[in-house]
Design a protein around this ligand. Structure first.
Ligand SMILES: [Zn+2]
Length: 362
């Protein structure tokens, strides 16, 4: 594909933005996505990549005309069939030599008229989107923004946000440049990279001011592990009871107030919906597995928190998201306390093929 000089500049700008907003203050693991567009092409972050690792070559170029085909087709009601169809349409829209799979949120990026879109899941923001009074607080603090009640990620989310953007446009004769998603994160859109930075900086400072007013620390205090020998012993025990100690990796940190339920899609994907609390004996973990359908990804035993996974990276990310979740819960106290995802929302993510694809790529 021939890309013009202008496109090169755009790709360079979105790459820099991706790296800037790819830090742990904004996303963890493969979370979040970015895009840049001209009239005919949208370049989006592919599924299975991380924001901080993006280069100008990693972005996948999509024919916007073909993406718009998505808005016309009748999609099956059954979620997995629907997502499969959407995936096919998206694959056909790919025009770059790089045949990577576009992020499932790509059509949503296309729905913004703004040139740049940066979508992230910052704990600072999720302290509000995962809080009982989130919606009201958001309307007070960010009156120009659009708030979206929780909706299953993927195609459904894209279509709902698309409609809401249209409604907003009708009402205010402009598009929203900040879209907050309940129990998920935020979309920020603008015509320049500088404006993206300005909007984000305003979001973060406004929220930090609120946390300060409520006397809530915006970082998590994680003291060093008091007894590393004990931690190693429990880690070995976890590997033993996992049923396959060669395929079980464990990471750990000292006591944090881990989340007791599902906070957002990313938390469910990397840390699973519920932690295991107590001594990880074979009998107890088996009982947990039978009830929840999975071996625990986060285990709290004595004063230590463990992340587990089938690779070193997965164990690390399970623990990272456990820490992020602990911070989100701490922050949500400023806005009426935490609000978990519903069972239906949680189950959708637990069964979501697209997300599991993403996880295997990271
Ligand atoms: Zn997201």
């Amino acid at each position: 594909m021939d890309i013009s000089e202008d496109s090169h500049v755009l790709l360079e700008q979105i790459t820099i933005l991706s790296q800037e907003f790819g830090t742990s203050d904004f996303v963890r693991g493969g979370g979040g996505n970015t895009s840049v567009k001209n009239e005919t092409i949208a370049w989006v972050k592919p599924s299975g990549t991380t924001l901080s690792d993006m280069t100008t070559d990693t972005f996948v170029a999509l024919d916007r005309q073909k993406i718009s085909g998505l808005y016309q087709i009748d999609t099956p009601a059954e979620p997995s069939q629907r997502e499969a169809l959407v995936k096919d349409v998206m694959a056909e829209a790919v025009i770059s030599e790089n045949k990577a799979r576009p992020s499932v949120e790509a059509p949503l990026h296309d729905s913004f008229d703004f040139r740049f879109v940066v979508h992230t899941h910052p704990a600072i923001v999720n302290g509000m989107t995962c809080a009982k009074n989130g919606r009201k607080i958001c309307a007070d603090l960010f009156p120009d923004s659009l708030w979206i009640d929780y909706i299953d990620p993927g195609y459904t989310l894209c279509m709902v946000v698309r409609e809401k953007i249209k409604d907003y446009q009708k009402q205010y004769s402009k598009q929203p440049d900040m879209v907050f998603l309940e129990n998920h994160g935020v979309f920020v859109a603008a015509d320049s990279a500088e404006k993206i930075r300005k909007l984000y900086s305003n979001i973060m400072s406004t929220l930090k001011e609120q946390y300060a007013k409520a006397g809530i620390n915006t970082s998590l205090k994680i003291p060093p592990v008091g007894d590393p020998e004990k931690a190693e012993k429990i880690a070995d025990q976890i590997k033993r009871v996992s049923g396959n100690d060669k395929k079980c990796f464990v990471d750990y940190c000292s006591q944090i107030n881990i989340s007791q339920g599902p906070l957002s899609p990313d938390h469910v994907v990397y840390s699973k919906s519920y932690p295991f609390i107590g001594q990880p004996t074979e009998q107890a973990t088996k009982a947990f597995e039978k009830e929840k359908g999975y071996f625990p990804a986060v285990i709290k035993c004595d004063d230590i928190v463990f992340g587990t996974g089938t690779s070193e990276k997965a164990a690390f990310l399970a623990l990272e998201l456990a820490k992020d979740g602990a911070l989100v819960e701490q922050l949500a106290e400023a806005f009426g306390g935490v609000q978990y995802m519903t069972d239906q929302a949680r189950e959708f993510i637990e069964n979501w093929e697209v997300e599991s694809y993403r996880k295997t790529q990271i």
